[in-house]
Design a binder for this molecule. Structure first.
Ligand SMILES: Nc1nc2c(ncn2[C@@H]2O[C@H](COP(=O)(O)OP(=O)(O)OP(=O)(O)O)[C@@H](O)[C@H]2O)c(=O)[nH]1
Length: 765
């Protein structure tokens, strides 16, 4: 880029230099043109001067000679005719004169070169008036140009005639011949735009040729005009440049006074030869324009050429740079590839099989030494040493696979063993993509790596897996694995035994939910629990907390199972422990713990629990809780009389009556101890409680169990104490019990075989 900029600088500088030289040349040419023009104009003006001055001198001379002779002819008879002849002769000798006249003191034509002028009166003409007002006889009068009677502008030269007393006595005039002047002025015009003129010293022009704007009769004596400059310079000749009149075009004009030597003229005549500077420089300007155009075109062409050249160079340079960059990239990639190949744990290779069966490795990364125990260069021409390492048992299959790959051009891949000196048997795994060459050979591009360790680990893993599977199969608990798609991918024997799904039968989670939990409500509850367990597993290393579920097997039986497990990503393994028998056993124990062994009704423990529970319940509901306490009258005597065994039978019979006598679901009859019983009646008021106690006592009496040893009655009777309270903070279950006990005691004391109803009403308050 720097170079390109420098080239542009040089081009600019060169163009500037050439431009400056061109401008200098043009300027010089312009100076020369002007100088040449000045020279020409001055020369032409001089030529005019040299042409007209002799005419003026001749006219003056003729007029001077006439001035001397006219008085004599005027006095001589016939002198006028002679004078006329004389004038005609002079006229013929002077081509620059149109007419010669002799005027008397009043301006009448006395004699003339032209007869028709005789007698005409020119007395009122300006020049005549000027001559009469006093003019030296030796002075040549030069009239201001005026328009003559025949048209056209006329200038008259003259000399005065004086009488003997020195007074004005007439005027000799010679009017200038315009044709002659035209020829003279025309003769010096070397260019069509050159103008020539003859002007009176007062500034009025007599004749002008070559410029339509410059006409006869114009007054040039305007302030600032070139003519004024000429007059003011006091010089007889000038070469001036400027407008002919203010505001006009620029001209270069050579002006020269016509002043014959020794002649005194009233006013000078001035010849002018000029040229408009625009015309003067037209050729130069045209040339300058042409050169400027050529210059600019050359500059543009050079700039265009340089730009094109630079573009080409830039493209070249750019292409070269691209090429270099690509080459660098390629080198970098090659280097990277080489490093990769060098550091690769396996072998990158090209293996070529020739049509004649020979084979070699055109390329093998350094890993080949590790894989086949030979350096790359030793296999470049012949692959034999490497192939010889292949285990004989794998060689035939390997060759066949290679031939197949060469035939179909499909990817070859395989695992095979090699035997390396000092390292024993190694497992290799490889794959290669074939390519058929024009020569008919097949070239594989492939990769081989040692998988011995991986193979060993895989085998170990397989072993472990087998063991694990065996263990899982033989586990005394049910196991299953459900994969991400909800399929049971594994089920052990116990699972099959539990649920009745053989391993051969596909099972999905969806089917499982439907069949194992057929009841929709229960299934919904189980699903909610299961989802909770899954959430828990997410937060606790996948552990699915165990819960008990009631499952339905394919045999139609219901079982209680503890189900837990472990979640493994989207899969989970569930374990099933059958709790059905255990559950049944514990229920039995539970039953035994709460049932009285002799009577089969609730025992004291069960009663205590029930009392606490019902107390809380009635407290919450604000309902009364009634307690009836019974005791068999004179039971010791019964035992003594009938024996213990019949005593037990009596106790059983009483218990059966009490149990049968309670109709409501929450009512409870229990053996309180020995021959004592209690009945707990929730939501039961004192009236009903009392009635129930009497009803039960009557029922026992009605059994008619003989009690010969009783002083109260011949049959077994009961005494009862009734207590009823609406539970609140001021009382307690114990208070209720104590109250019932106290009332029982009172019933006993009062004679037995009765229900005490003395103070319970008071207590109920
Ligand atoms: N056969 C039998 N007798 C029992 C059983 N439990 C307690 N007894 C007897 O019941 C009798 C209770 O006697 P006591 O407490 O003196 O009262 P009672 O003889 O019934 O006299 P009162 O209650 O005052 O009418 C005792 O002799 C106990 O041995 C039992 O399970 N079987």
């Amino acid at each position: 880029m720097q170079r390109f900029r420098r080239e542009w600088w040089w081009l600019g500088l060169g163009a500037l230099l050439v431009g400056a030289m061109l401008a200098l040349g043009l300027w010089h040419e312009r100076q020369q043109t002007e100088a040449r023009e000045r020279q020409h104009l001055a020369q032409q003006a001089r030529m005019l001067h040299d042409n007209l001055v002799p005419q003026l001198g001749a006219i003056n001379h003729v007029l001077a000679s006439l001035q001397a002779d006219v008085p004599r002819w005027r006095q001589r008879p016939g002198g006028m005719a002679e004078l006329n002849q004389r004038l005609q002769l002079f006229f013929a000798a002077l081509p620059g004169v149109r007419s010669l006249n002799v005027l008397d003191g009043q301006g009448r034509v006395l004699a003339s070169s032209h007869d028709e002028a005789l007698g005409q009166d020119f007395g009122r003409r300006d020049y005549f008036q000027m001559a009469r007002t006093g003019m030296a006889p030796e002075t040549l009068l030069v009239s201001r140009p005026f328009q003559g009677a025949l048209g056209g502008w006329v200038l008259v030269l003259g000399r005065t005639l004086t009488a003997a007393d020195g007074s004005f006595d007439g005027l000799l005039t010679a009017s200038l011949n315009p044709e002659y002047l035209h020829v003279v002025l025309q003769s010096v015009r070397y260019a069509s735009d050159l103008f020539t003129s003859l002007t009176h010293g007062d500034g009025q022009r007599l004749m002008a040729l070559g410029d339509a704007n410059e006409r006869a009769g114009d007054n040039l004596a305007m302030p600032g005009s070139l003519f004024m400059q000429h007059l003011q310079s006091q010089r007889s000749d000038n070469l001036l440049r400027g407008p002919l009149r203010p505001g006009g075009a620029d001209y270069l004009v050579a002006m020269r006074n016509l002043q014959p030597p020794g002649l005194h003229m009233g006013k000078p005549l001035v010849v002018g030869v000029g040229r408009a500077t625009q015309a003067m420089w037209a050729q130069w300007r045209q040339r300058a324009r042409f050169l400027a155009l050529v210059y600019l075109l050359s500059c543009a062409a050079l700039a265009g050429g340089l730009a094109a050249l630079q573009r080409r160079q830039w493209r070249l340079w750019h292409t070269q740079e691209l090429l270099e960059r690509q080459q660098a990239l390629q080198r970098q990639q090659e280097d990277m590839l080489r490093r990769l190949a060098d550091n690769l744990p396996g072998l990158l290779y090209q293996y070529q099989l020739e049509p004649d069966g020979r084979s070699h490795f055109p390329y093998a990364s350094p890993g080949v030494t590790d894989v086949f125990g030979h350096p790359p260069e030793s296999l470049r021409a012949d692959a034999g040493p490497a192939l010889a390492r292949i285990h004989p048992a794998d060689r035939v299959a390997g060759e066949a696979a290679m031939q197949e790959s060469a035939r179909t051009l499909g990817v070859w891949q395989g695992e095979y063993r090699v035997t390396l000196p000092g390292r024993g048997e190694r497992w290799l795994s490889g794959q290669a993509r074939p390519q058929r060459l024009r020569s008919g050979a097949v070239l594989w591009h492939g990769y081989v790596h040692d998988i011995t360790e991986a193979k060993r680990q895989a085998m170990e893993l397989q072993e472990k897996e087998r063991l694990l599977r065996h263990l899982m199969e033989q586990m005394p608990i049910g196991l299953c694995i459900v994969d991400e798609s909800g399929h049971f991918s594994f089920r052990n024997q116990r699972f099959a035994e539990y649920f009745g799904y053989p391993a051969s039968e596909p099972l999905t989670l969806q089917r499982w939910w439907q069949e194992v939990y057929p009841d929709a409500d229960y299934r919904a509850r189980v699903l909610a629990l299961w989802n909770e367990a899954m959430d828990h597993a997410d937060a606790h290393d996948g552990t699915l907390p165990g819960h008990e579920y009631r499952v339905t097997t394919r045999y139609g039986t219901q079982r209680i199972m503890a189900i837990g497990g472990i979640a493994m990503g989207g899969r989970f393994m569930a374990s099933f422990i059958d709790l059905t028998e255990q559950k049944a056993h514990s229920d039995l124990l539970r039953h035994l713990a709460f049932v009285d062994g002799v009577t089969g009704i609730a025992n004291r423990r069960r009663f205590d629990e029930a009392l606490q529970r019902e107390w809380r319940d009635c407290l919450r509901k604000g309902k009364p809780l009634a307690l009836l306490m019974f005791d068999i009258d004179h039971f010791k005597a019964y035992n003594d009389f009938y024996g213990h065994q019949r005593g037990d039978g009596c106790i059983k019979a009483v218990a059966a009556v009490l149990r049968a006598g309670l109709g409501r679901p929450h009512d409870l009859a229990a053996r309180y101890g020995g021959e004592e019983f209690v009945c707990l009646l929730p939501d039961c008021g004192p009236q009903d409680a009392r009635a129930k106690a009497q009803e039960l006592c009557q029922a026992v009496r009605s059994l008619g169990l003989a009690h010969s040893a009783s002083p109260v009655a011949p049959v077994v009777t009961l005494s009862a104490g009734v207590a009823c309270l609406v539970p609140d903070e001021r009382n307690s279950p114990e208070a209720l019990l104590a109250l019932a006990d106290a009332n029982l005691y009172r019933a006993k004391s009062a004679g037995r075989d009765r229900v005490d109803q003395g103070v319970e009403t008071l207590q109920l308050q």
